[in-house]
Design a protein around this ligand. Structure first.
Ligand code: CUA
Length: 334
């Protein structure tokens, strides 16, 4: 019938919120399970309160046959105020608190017998800088991709470079603010290797919604191998690959090196690190898939794809140069 379609749409959309790579209702780690449990308990509580309040509201329409003296009326009113207005809220809020405080406690990065892996995440307008200070052989830096070991706790130390952002991997746990000048810490753990969606969760300007990130949890061995392949030394030989890309490297030094780091060529970190760009799964902080020709497309149309981003338009650079730059950057795959 005529109501069927909108109803199906409404409930379809509601249910769509229960799955997907950014759903808090599809937890993939203990912290996220705790958060989801709080969500369900609060939904249950909220539903009971809604039903009760609605029932009382409907009850007020019922005309009373009983005639009471003002003293009796006051006594009944007082009973309702003390019971429904004070005792009930205090009891339910205390119960929620008793449930929520231990959960919040578990999320704290308290000292462990074996110190967990530390990954630093720095929010920028509108991209992510990711640093691995504990990597053997020296710190590893990447941008817009986060690889973490699965099956063990990982401490994320987060901060902001310009304005306040927030780091949020819904399937792994709660969000945490990235505040310039301050380091906030959150401990997350992924049960199994998988790819999770992440999102900036604090409004940070025009492209806040397009500040996305894929978080990939991998086994310990794969994680160590991934880190080793991103040591400055390993990446430097990558950047110096075959002669055919020499013009692209020159163009990079002219147009890009004042903001972007490519290990072995430049060390500026104003914009995203591009040393291993070819190995990423997405471009522009999660807005488009990495595939052949994607980097060139991004270089040509980035201000249309992500208006306001801090990279200047490239109208003054020849198409052939942009194409050779894009092709070269795509080869940077450890
Ligand atoms: Cu960064 Cu919102």
């Amino acid at each position: 019938n005529s109501l069927g379609t909108p109803l199906a749409l409404f409930f379809g959309l509601l249910l769509a919120g229960c799955a997907g790579d950014k759903s808090i209702l599809d937890p993939a780690g203990q912290a996220a399970r705790d958060v989801a449990m709080i969500w369900w308990v609060m939904l249950g509580f909220g539903t009971v309160v809604l039903v009760l309040v609605t029932a009382f509201w409907l009850y007020t329409f019922k005309r009373s046959e009983v005639v009471r003296t003002p003293a009796e009326e006051r006594k009944i009113a007082r009973r309702w105020i003390i019971g429904g207005g004070i005792m009930l809220p205090v009891a339910s809020i205390t119960a929620l608190l008793a449930f929520g405080v231990p959960t919040g406690q578990r999320l704290l990065p308290l000292p462990l017998a074996e110190p967990p892996e530390v990954i630093e995440v720095i929010g920028h307008q509108w991209w992510w800088e990711v640093r691995y200070p504990g990597a053997e052989g020296g710190e590893v830096v990447t941008s817009n991709q986060l690889i973490m070991p699965a099956g063990e706790p990982v401490d994320f130390h987060v901060t902001g470079a310009d304005v306040i952002h927030a780091f949020w991997v819904p399937r792994l746990g709660g969000k945490i603010d990235m505040i310039p000048g301050r380091v906030n810490k959150i401990r997350l753990e992924a049960d199994e290797p998988a790819v999770f969606g992440a999102q900036c969760a604090e409004f940070c300007g025009a492209q806040h919604a397009q500040m996305q990130l894929y978080v990939e949890a991998v086994g310990r061995d794969e994680y160590d191998a991934w880190l080793a392949a991103r040591q400055t030394e390993a990446l430097s030989s990558l950047a110096a690959n075959d002669q055919q890309h020499e013009p692209a490297r020159e163009a990079f030094m002219t147009h890009c090196a004042s903001c972007h780091r490519v290990a072995g060529l430049s060390s500026e970190e104003e914009g995203p690190d591009l040393s291993d760009l070819g190995s990423r799964t997405s471009l522009g902080a999660g807005i488009m898939a990495m595939e052949e020709g994607a980097v060139t497309h991004w270089l040509q149309h980035h201000q249309r794809l992500k208006p306001g981003n801090k990279m200047p338009p490239h109208g003054d650079i020849e198409t052939a140069t942009l194409e050779s730059l894009g092709a070269w950057l795509e080869t940077l795959t450890p």
